[in-house]
Write a protein that binds this ligand. Sequence first.
Ligand SMILES: Cc1ncc(COP(=O)(O)O)c(C=O)c1O
Length: 408
Amino acid sequence: MDYKTYFQQYPTRDGYFGEYGGIILPDELVPVFHEIADAYNAISRSAQFISELRRIRKEFQGRPTPVYHCERLSRKIGGAQIYLKREDLNHTGAHKLNHCMGEGLLAKFLGKKRLIAETGAGQHGVALATAAAYFGLECEIHMGDVDIAKQAPNVARMRILGAEVVPVSFGLKTLKEAVDSAFDAYLKSYKDSIYCIGSALGPHPFPVMVRDFQMCVGLEARDQFLEMTGIMPDVVCACVGGGSNAAGMFSAFLDDPVELCGVEPMGTGSELGQHAASMTYGSKGALHGFESIMLKSADGSPAPVYSIASGLDYPGVGPEHAFWRDAGRVNYVTAGDAEAVDAFFKLSRYEGIIPALESSHAVAYAMKRAKEMHTGTILANLSGRGDKDVDYVIEHYGYGDNYGFPGE
Ligand SMILES: Cc1ncc(COP(=O)(O)O)c(C=O)c1O
């Protein structure tokens, strides 16, 4: 695969990365998505759009976010040096705002008046509500009842920002059902709304659009890491829910001699229903308007999924990740709940950074690999901060007094 010309080749005009992606929707809706793709291609390349987005990133979001060397954590582990791209310092506390501001700006250029989306952990919902407030647009966020109960601070933030939070009470009442519900709402009102999907998935052009808006993470991190160390990292890792933070990070390193690792949630075990490791256990299928690798039940329907991190429990993955896996460019590995909680407490105690439970999966993998590698460098994407998870963690795991390094 020639990654120098990759961005010209993929996705195809129909939105395919190899055999994954596309617009898998009723015939009458396919032209609607082609129209969005054409508008996105034209508008996002205009000088006006690019300069406005650059200004927003700098003045409103506080970009660039730094890369940070975890010297103390690395010393404790005693292996490779761990570096973090600090998306937790992006305004609203996670990488999600990167694509929400892009999507909001696109909505403004297209003359739409409402933003519609789903949310799992609530980070995407908060980011989109923020973008809606910034651009003066209406905002409707669909969220499962289970996640509403688990992520109360983010629900409050969305409401304060002026968004309508639509509770989703069917099925497992988590992320997949929230996507079903938001998607239905959008298909009924696409003329004056835009669906701002929360990850690099959904029908074309959403996977490529979200990847493009997230690529600032990887491009910044690559430059910053080179400036700090003079070399490329040996390993770059990021957690994978739908795959937006990982896609943004990896796409800047595709043509470099760097091992790329997407970290999926292994939850509490390998049985169906105990994890959301789509790449590890899934197979080809279609869901929410696109083809990719999915976790399926025996009857072919989307499998029930679970992770301690609400933002990771989705039974599929963005199509570009499925393509990268088949091309052998990215390895997909796993970290379970227990490893993520361990990383949550260790990063808090040894570096003064409380990570989101989603991001804790990437940190857990970085810690594991650092030990195995002995030397070298690992750059992990710290996709978000953990304030939203603090209540849940305290209730289930206490304050982490048992999570020190052995021998301390
Ligand atoms: C902090 C954080 N990281 C990661 C994710 C997972 O999403 P993605 O795989 O699209 O980056 C989420 C989703 O809510 C999140 O809130």
